[in-house]
Design a protein around this ligand. Structure first.
Ligand SMILES: Nc1ncnc2c1ncn2[C@@H]1O[C@H](COP(=O)(O)OP(=O)(O)OP(=O)(O)O)[C@@H](O)[C@H]1O
Ligand SMILES: O=C(O)C1=C[C@@H](O)[C@@H](O)[C@H](O)C1
Ligand SMILES: [Mg+2]
Length: 169
């Protein structure tokens, strides 16, 4: 893979595996890994607390700052699930290699039990499915390629992504 492919951005819905798989891909490529949710948490505390105290719009401002800085790095960047809603992020992604992770509703149900994700209160699976349907076309439009994470182990999916990146460059 050449540095022209960087940054590599992982996008997709909550619990699709962006953080876990992104970390593995970065390690395999020997480049830094940045998770924009983790950057916001490190600087401002847990995301659920930000949503409760200051609201989603304020979270999106903090998130956008983290995303803008991350996408300037030669790194693998896992974006928060809603980061792609910002038109400036959509524009920044034109200079990145964008990988979309998908997951079925059936599989996500097993991953979001006991979730603290602020947008998934109430019936978490139903809320997840609604958001995934709303954003699906946007994720698809922004991505160069999609990988489904519903059934296979994280290690195999990460290896497939690395192979795809190597073949593409
Ligand atoms: N391929 C997989 N098989 C089984 N479990 C997985 C797989 N990928 C991720 N998981 C599990 O699903 C959960 C969510 O993964 P992860 O945190 O990487 O998702 P995410 O896309 O970063 O979510 P968020 O948008 O909330 O940050 C974790 O508990 C992780 O271990
Ligand atoms: O899909 C979303 O809008 C979100 C996803 C998470 O990664 C966090 O960024 C936050 O919980 C919001
Ligand atoms: Mg994550």
């Amino acid at each position: 893979m050449t540095s022209r492919s960087l940054p590599v951005a992982l996008i997709g819905p909550m619990a699709s595996g962006k953080s876990r798989i992104g970390r593995r891909v970065a390690a395999a490529l020997d480049v830094p890994f940045i998770d924009t949710d983790s950057v916001v948490v490190a600087e401002h505390g847990p995301i659920s607390g930000i949503f409760e105290r200051e609201g989603e719009d304020f979270f999106r401002v903090l998130e956008r700052a983290a995303v803008a800085e991350a996408l300037e790095q030669a790194a693998v960047v896992s974006l928060g699930g809603g980061a792609v809603l910002d038109p400036r992020t959509q524009e920044d992604l034109r200079d990145a290699t964008v990988i979309r992770l998908t997951i079925s509703e059936e599989s996500v149900a097993k991953r979001i039990g006991g979730s603290k994700r602020p947008l998934l209160h109430g019936d978490a699976v139903e809320a997840w499915a609604r958001i995934n349907t709303e954003r699906g076309p946007l994720y698809e439009r922004l991505a160069h390629v999609s990988f489904d994470t519903s059934t296979r182990p994280i290690s195999e999916i990460a290896a497939d992504i690395v192979l795809w990146l190597e073949e593409r460059s």
